[in-house]
Design a protein around this ligand. Structure first.
Ligand SMILES: [Mg+2]
Length: 435
């Protein structure tokens, strides 16, 4: 890891901790401990050794928070915002706070949080998260929660590096060997059903087993023409990819309940994996009515924040799949909790991920350690830029991916590359169509 500094003063306790944390198996740990005892070098109980290792790391302090803004590319309507938290030990961590057109708001929030963060122990992630979220008068919402999410992610990267293990090891370890990716951002030829079918075949040709599309652009009222064209697009994709590829339909909360019912009924014979955000996210009662009436799985969550906002849709059994975003809903700490809540309702996760490379890497670490991960969203049109900015590439093989191995996220951002792509100014309010 470039710029990652190994501890310079290593104690016996640290050596034992490193072996534990590197997940060498229990047997090799015991062998190492017994060897140390035989050599007369292990004179303190392992619990005490662990305590000494922790206390050394607990001396670390946050020194700085830097905000790095860049453009994902010429065809994107927003920037990526990265957060780099630096410590006095030399270890730093990366988070991401990309909030599409709301750069100014989230950057201001990050700057205000920085005043609290300087001097804090970066390993006290839960304390810092709760302080930023609960110890202020005004909290919640996309701006504040995206700032908290980015800080949370950077702190987990620091913690993984400090203990010398991948982040997923810190919160339970792997429950999957690999994560199924569902492709987004792949429709490149045009808007006809034939265009969608051609592009979908190419996605399958790359090995993907799942994808989603936006076949019903427009807002609120669905006309017969829009309904017919949208259904034809989904039908064309289903026929092109066959019955064994998962196909999702993202409505982007563009419909009213009348339109959502009509669309859902038309989609029922096509065996879609989900109908995403059929209506606006802020009325769970209406969502429940729709979900009980139609025979398509409903997915929502990219615009919900924290466990408190997910509580209601889970308690009402409003959805089959939730899609929290690790850059918006509260970071890795919060998504782990949201996943556990969802598991008690037999609801699965397909984490939303429309942002940059840290969002993608952090999501993969989350996915690896939650039982109820269904699949992971992945934007194909960003892949080249992701891999240009990362020190090692994201590799999707036969439709599956794993996070990079190594301390923290297991990968670093290339600031020299990021500097080549300065941010752009975007209009914070789009007009006309929803996308
Ligand atoms: Mg969506």
């Amino acid at each position: 890891m470039e710029n990652f500094k190994e501890p310079t003063s290593v104690t016996l306790g640290d050596n034992i901790m490193n072996q534990l944390n590197r997940k060498v198996n229990r047997r090799s740990f015991l062998m190492a401990a017994s060897t140390a005892v035989a050599a007369g070098t292990l004179s303190i109980p392992t619990t005490q050794a662990a305590s000494q290792g922790s206390s050394r790391k607990n001396g670390m302090k946050i020194k700085d928070l830097k905000i790095v803004v860049t453009t994902p590319g010429s065809n994107s309507g927003w920037n990526w915002i990265f957060v780099k938290i630096e410590t006095d030990s030399g270890i730093y961590g990366w988070g991401e706070a990309s909030l599409q057109e709301k750069d100014a708001g989230v950057i201001a929030e990050l700057k205000s949080f920085k005043k609290f963060l300087i001097g804090q122990d970066p390993l006290r992630i839960e304390h810092i998260w709760t302080s930023l979220h609960r110890r202020v008068t005004w909290t919640g919402g996309p701006v504040t929660m995206s700032a908290i999410s980015a800080i949370d992610l950077a702190l987990w990267d620091i913690k993984g590096k400090a203990f010398g293990v991948p982040v997923y090891e810190l919160l339970g370890g792997k429950v999957h060997d690999k994560i199924k990716m569902y492709a987004n951002g792949w429709f490149k030829y045009g808007n006809s059903p034939e265009d969608f079918a051609r592009a979908a075949k190419e996605v399958v040709g790359k090995g993907y087993k799942a994808m989603k599309l936006y076949p019903f652009p427009g807002v609120q009222v669905i006309t017969p023409e829009r309904l017919e064209l949208g259904v034809a697009r989904v039908q064309a994709v289903r026929e092109a990819v066959g019955p064994h590829i998962e196909v999702g339909v993202d409505i982007r909360n563009a419909l009213n309940i009348w339109g959502a019912r009509r669309v859902a009924h038309k989609l029922e014979p096509m065996d879609i994996m989900f109908m995403e955000e059929p209506i606006l996210y802020d009325n769970s009662t209406t969502l429940v009515e729709l979900a009980r009436e139609v025979r398509v799985p409903i997915a929502v969550g990219e615009r919900l924040y924290t466990r408190w906002e997910f509580r209601e849709i889970l308690e009402k059994n409003a959805v089959d799949i939730i899609q929290p975003d690790i850059c918006h809903a509260g970071g890795l700490s919060e998504l782990k909790k949201i996943a556990a809540m969802a598991e008690t309702y037999y609801v699965t996760l397909a984490p939303h991920n429309s942002n940059g490379p840290i969002s993608t890497i952090a999501s993969l670490h989350l996915d690896m350690m939650i039982n109820n991960c269904f699949m992971q969203e992945y934007i194909l049109r960003f892949e080249d830029r992701y891999n240009e900015m990362l020190t090692r590439p994201i590799e999707v093989i036969d439709g599956y991916c794993t996070p990079p191995e190594g301390p923290g996220w297991g990968v670093d951002l290339r600031e020299d590359v990021i500097a080549k792509y300065p941010p752009k100014n975007y209009n914070p309010v789009s007009s006309g169509d929803v996308f």
